[in-house]
Design a protein around this ligand. Structure first.
Ligand SMILES: Cc1cc2nc3c(=O)[nH]c(=O)nc-3n(C[C@H](O)[C@H](O)[C@H](O)COP(=O)(O)OP(=O)(O)OC[C@H]3O[C@@H](n4cnc5c(N)ncnc54)[C@H](O)[C@@H]3O)c2cc1C
Length: 315
């Protein structure tokens, strides 16, 4: 049977839901599932992994000092050593901000083929499905090698429980052997402290229809009421109303939330390239002929300056 290692992402000691979706994707195949945990493992987190079908929990974080824990070179080395010791055939990680830093390093150290931003993976044939040319083309890419690596788009697969009774093993890594890269400082960046856009369940986004940065507070107020993340079109970013970290689209973040609410966004092909895989798209636009009105699940036709304050009141 194949052995698949899953790079587990945690937030505040909780296994991220997007990680559970990735486990569900791997569990569709006939494979042993190894959870590679770099951030320390407590019993509740272990129980969650068991509920979603992990067969072995591998605790790799024990030997890290706090300053080493965040160093991507140290993390990559630990994951690589585990993959070699366990003789993994496949590695899954999230195409998240952290995953984009970690997974290519692991692929380089293992000299293994890698596809990032996979929407789906057929593990029997090692074929990944990815989107290209602003989502106009879906490509199926087959990997071959002793070990192959897939970066999975967050939220591409909904988590489905599949209980297992995992064994737990501890594996100290030779992290001291990593040279050449020291983490000097850490800054959360300019995303306003919100959770990762790519991993959000609900996103409310604003575009040129907001008219200026002050009006964007309508989007932030709605987001707060809905526990949603805030997104934006490129126009809103280019105008300086919100930072680039908020941009959704071809040259921004690719998102697959449960619900995407586009306010004052026309629905250009470049914007769609980033959000067309949302499970439900809701548009708020005054123009019934805007492209987004024909490409959404629900729309509200009207002035967002009337609709959003009313929505905030209702919420
Ligand atoms: C190479 C390339 C890459 C690009 N990458 C991206 C990308 O990653 N992301 C992205 O978003 N764009 C991207 N773009 C830009 C893209 O082509 C569009 O220009 C952009 O998406 C349009 O943004 P918008 O919908 O906010 O503005 P507009 O297209 O101007 O639409 C504004 C909408 O707001 C509506 N509106 C106005 N006032 C109100 C009101 N009071 N109430 C309700 N509705 C109102 C209008 O009816 C209109 O539909 C890219 C372009 C290129 C060439």
């Amino acid at each position: 049977m194949k052995k698949t290692g899953i790079l587990i992402e945690m937030e505040n000691k909780r296994v991220k839901d997007t990680t559970l979706g990735m486990i569900t994707l791997a569990a569709r195949a006939d494979t042993d599932l190894y959870a590679l945990v770099l951030d320390g493992m407590d019993d509740p987190a272990c129980d969650i992994l068991a509920r979603y079908g992990i067969t072995t929990v591998v605790d790799l974080g024990l030997s890290f000092s706090p300053e080493m824990r965040l160093n991507p070179a140290v993390r990559a080395k630990a994951a690589t050593q585990a993959a070699q010791k366990l003789q993994l055939d496949v590695i899954f990680g999230l195409s998240s901000a952290d995953g984009k830093d970690l997974i290519p390093r692991v692929a380089a150290l293992l000299d293994a083929p890698l596809v990032m931003d996979c929407l789906d993976v057929d593990l029997e044939k090692n074929i990944a499905r990815t989107s290209h040319y602003s989502g106009k083309v879906l490509a199926d890419i087959q990997l071959s090698g002793d070990v192959v690596i897939f970066g999975i788009r967050p939220n591409a697969v909904q988590p489905v429980p599949s209980p297992a009774q995992p064994q737990k093993i501890k594996m100290a890594s030779d992290s001291a052997a990593v040279a050449g890269l020291a983490l000097v400082s850490w800054d959360d960046g300019e995303n306003g402290g919100q959770a990762s856009l790519a991993e959000a369940d609900i996103i409310i986004a604003g575009g040129r229809g907001l008219k200026n940065s002050d009006n964007f507070s309508l989007i932030f107020d709605c987001a707060k009421k809905m526990h949603a993340a805030v997104g934006a079109s490129r126009v809103a970013v280019d105008e300086g109303w919100v930072p680039y970290a908020f941009q959704v689209g071809q040259t921004g973040e690719k998102v697959s939330p449960q619900v995407y609410i586009a306010c004052g966004i026309s629905g250009s092909i470049q914007h769609f390239a980033g959000m067309k895989t949302a499970r439900m798209i809701i548009a708020v636009n005054k123009d019934e002929n805007a492209a987004i009105m024909a490409n959404c699940d629900y729309h509200v036709q009207g002035d967002l300056f009337e609709i959003l304050p009313e929505l905030i009141r209702q919420l």
